[in-house]
Design a protein around this ligand. Structure first.
Ligand code: AGP
Length: 609
């Protein structure tokens, strides 16, 4: 939620980096944006409600030029989507601040600062940072110490960048709980919430740790202290992120690109198991020991990642025969739990920085859970850092807010985990059927992608409807949930999902000829049951849209539309059946003309409660 950038560039206009970087961080929030730049004529700030492009144009129109500046793209938490609430926030025409995160004690700080005479122009928590820094700075004139003092009073999570108008070649940054990195260039330095914002300018990256405060000049890091206040050194690494992976290329939307990248993303992730085998070491050095010790699993996640956990429960219980419990992270963290030191707590997160999931993990650890595994797509993000074991999916950068390839690669990781645990626990002696299923998976996904023209013909029918129902049974029920989430997220059509057997217990009352019913009906052991549930819909005049495999004798008719994948792929069928529901949501969104990559009210990385 929210993205921040900043830079000191000796020989170039900083605006070029700030606006480019903010566009690349728009996935983190896109309701308003702004920059503050030190120019020859003093500090200039430009803020606009709406996309970064609007703010960029305004900055161009004003001819803003300078060498030091900071920028922000916002997902509103405290205060509405208005220009006064957009960052940067300024205090006393001297201090400018951008902030990602939440200052939890901002009300107390606001009252304290109002008592000192500060007048607040926004409803944000961030403005207290600007005034608190300003208040200290007036006394010390030392920006670094000033930020350090101010941070000592803040509770919550933050990544901040601060500049002072009278120190044109300095910037101070601080990180606590939100991502922040420094990019080192030649005679220039950059900061950003995510490496995607800086790789077009430099690949030499320092990832700050929680509690770090750093003073920057164009030459790099002039001073850095860690959370204990001691001087520390952070080593730079060379980022391997490819610029092409951050560009749209020939595609119209990132979601479309990311759907089509799935054969490769899945193959890259599966390669970990196909090369090394289903061995515990794929999950970390101590994994073998941990896997031998555990007696059950608890998975914590949110949104799409939660649905991958629900899918994994079937594999973990059937293949590894280990009791698995799945819970929404934001619920888990606020209830009394019974900790079991022999239970492995798994967190799943594309971004690795979802606050609800992070806090759920911390809560589990505080209650006495000793073993944790993070399944994550972003290297060195908060969740893996806080976990004992880690598995990185190889989805590559996922930019569309609607998660696609991150989901299918999570499923590959979790399937690999189930087989690995099955072996460790002595239930599998020959894993060849599992490796051959994984080996064929990229092709099976490609076949599912080839169904796109047929799926397109369904899209206009959905676009006219106010609601849709998604049904599945067994391991395909979570895929129905994911289909409903994708549809509502990017088309704003109300969509619900039920296990098909549950229909008659209530939701059947919703079915009429205005309610399209999507059914995931592969040729598995539950097909006859699913077909009976489909009859219940047909008997009430409902229109069925069925995703199935060949040879399963689901007959198409006027009100039963069927799209078939070429074969039933067995244990990995949920992964293959994800593709059509993603494509359906995508094409309905195109028919409706909604913003596919940046749906209203959402952001990719949810770092608030
Ligand atoms: C899915 O399309 C979402 N945008 C959302 O549900 C997401 O999966 C959720 O916020 C969790 O994110 P994470 O995987 O980064 O933790």
């Amino acid at each position: 939620m929210c993205g921040i950038v900043g830079s000191i560039r000796t020989n170039a206009n900083v605006v070029e980096f700030l606006t480019d970087g903010l566009k690349r961080l728009e996935y983190r929030g896109y309701d308003s944006s702004g920059i503050a730049v030190q120019t020859d004529n003093g500090l200039k700030r430009v803020r606009r409600v709406g996309r970064v492009a609007l703010m960029e144009q305004a900055a161009k129109d004003k001819g803003i030029y300078g060498h030091t500046g900071i920028g922000h793209t916002r997902w509103a938490t405290h205060g509405g989507v208005t220009e006064p609430n957009a960052h940067p926030h300024i205090s006393g025409d001297l201090i400018s601040v951008v902030h990602n995160g939440i200052i939890e004690n901002f009300e107390a700080e606001r009252t304290r600062l109002q008592g000192l005479g500060y007048v607040f122009e926004s409803q944000t928590d961030t403005e207290v940072i600007a005034h608190a820094v300003h208040d200290n700075y007036k006394k010390t004139q030392d920006l670094f110490t000033t930020v350090q003092q101010a941070c000592a009073n803040f509770h919550g999570a933050y990544a901040i960048a601060v500049i002072a108008n009278d120190k044109p070649s300095q910037m101070v940054v601080a990180r606590m709980g939100c991502p922040l990195l420094i990019g080192l260039g030649k005679g220039e330095v950059f900061i950003a919430s995510d490496v995607s914002a800086v790789v077009a300018f430099t690949r030499e990256i320092i990832y700050l740790e929680d509690g770090d405060i750093a003073q920057l000049t164009a030459d790099g890091v002039a001073k850095l202290i860690d959370k204990t206040g001691k001087t520390a050194t952070r080593t730079a690494t060379t980022s391997q992120v490819s610029l092409a992976s951050l560009e749209l290329g020939a595609y119209s939307h990132f979601m479309q690109k990311e759907i089509y990248e799935q054969p490769k993303a899945v193959a890259d992730t599966a390669e970990i198991f196909l090369d090394a085998g289903f061995i515990p070491q794929n999950f970390g050095k101590n994994a073998e020991q941990v896997f031998k010790e555990i007696d059950s699993i608890k998975i914590l996640a949110c949104g799409t990642s939660y649905y991958s956990a629900l899918t994994a429960k079937y594999w973990l219980e059937s293949i590894a025969k280990i009791a698995t419990d799945v819970e929404i992270a934001s619920e888990y963290r606020y209830r009394d739990v019974i900790a079991n030191p022999k239970q492995l707590v798994i967190t799943i997160s594309q971004s690795g920085e979802t606050l609800d999931t992070m806090e759920a993990l911390k809560y589990a650890q505080s209650q006495g859970h000793t073993h944790s595994l993070a399944i994550c797509n972003v290297m060195e993000s908060a969740l893996p850092r806080a976990s004992e074991l880690v598995f990185y999916t190889r989805a590559g950068a996922e930019i569309g807010v609607a998660s696609t390839k991150a989901f299918t690669t999570q499923l590959v990781a979790l399937f690999g985990l189930a087989v690995t645990l099955g072996k460790v626990r002595g239930f599998i002696s020959d894993d060849s059927e599992y490796s051959s299923a994984l080996r064929s998976l990229p092709n099976d996904i490609q076949y599912a992608l080839n169904l796109e023209p047929q799926i397109t013909t369904w899209a206009s029918k959905f676009a006219e409807k106010p609601s849709a129902l998604f049904l599945g049974r067994g391991i395909h029920y979570p895929i129905a949930l994911e289909g409903a989430l994708k549809l509502k997220e990017i088309t704003y059509i109300h969509a619900e999902s039920y296990p098909a057997g549950e229909l008659k217990h209530g939701p059947l009352a919703l079915v009429d000829d205005n309610m399209p019913v999507v059914v995931i009906a592969p040729n598995d052991n539950l097909l006859d049951k699913v077909k009976a549930n489909m009859q219940e819909v047909s008997a009430r005049g409902g229109e069925l849209f069925v995703f199935s495999d060949l040879d399963n004798n689901v007959e198409a008719s006027d009100k039963v539309h069927v799209i078939r994948t070429p074969r039933h792929v067995g244990v990995l069928s949920p992964i293959v059946h994800t593709i059509p529901v993603q494509l359906l949501a995508y094409h309905v969104a195109l028919s409706k003309g909604t913003d596919v990559d940046k749906p209203r009210n959402l952001a990719k990385s949810v770092t608030v409660e």
